[in-house]
Design a binder for this molecule. Sequence first.
Ligand code: SF4
Length: 323
Amino acid sequence: MSAVLEVEDLTTRFATPDGEVLAADQVGFTIGPGESLGVVGESGSGKTQIFLSIMGLLAKNGRSTGSVRYRGKEILNLPARRLNEFRGDELAMIFQDPMTSLNPFLKISRQMIEVLREHKGLGDGEARKRGIAMLELVGIPEAARRFDMYPHEFSGGMRQRVMIAMSLLCEPDLLIADEPTTALDVTVQAQILELLARLKRELGMAIALITHDLGVVAGLCERVIVMYAGRAVELAPAGPLFRDPQHPYTKGLLLSMPRLDELAADQELATIPGQPPNLQALPSGCVFADRCPYVFERCRAERPGLRACGPGRLKSCHLEALA
Ligand code: SF4
């Protein structure tokens, strides 16, 4: 079946008073129908900017080149009027802070009814029914009563559910979730991830889950793309990536994840020493060279391209295999 989203050579730059920042550099991936892709990387790795580029939501000083096809149609850099035909109806994005998407001064009912009126042409009665059903679907208790509440009357986890319900109103093909659980405590985090997994199963919706935490993608995503300093350094099915990482950065991330089964009380977690490079002055060779325990001469001289390293796997590293 053809991909929902095909991204090729996506490059995003920002003009700043201190010079140009290269936020995403020749990134490519696909997302199939009903598939979930985890997009993992530290803050500043470019993971969010990729999806803001796709959605036409970049800050004014940003520009993107390359290609983004939604169901075969090129959508990168379309004018806002044309992009609005896709946004909400077919591609929806949710953020860490629900208040980015919810208006604090309007009741949930008014916000949902407006979306359904505008995008689906529903009358108030039908929109009300659909909105309440969507709140029920995301697990809001007493949905009919709470439909007429303001966002601040919900707890953090419930507000996140309301935002997910808002984004699902138009039944998008692809939900882009940017750190949707970062601000929540672990119990609520697990509930929201379970909710996304259930919605994916029940609605057949594809999901792009953007996170700095590899642990978050483990239960939900079939494939993972690992980003570092604006580049995709490893792409792989989730199972093989967790069992046998092929890029030194992925390996470092996995070693820095707490594992309850292995962590003794006094055992310290590994960390990746050093800092990511300055995106205004990237090295000519491998962007991970300054932090890589495997670095050798060629790494500093030559940028590693993405190459196959197993079934459905790609990595950007000169090494044949990790010891
Ligand atoms: Fe490390 Fe070299 Fe591979 Fe870069 S190319 S990740 S520096 S081994």
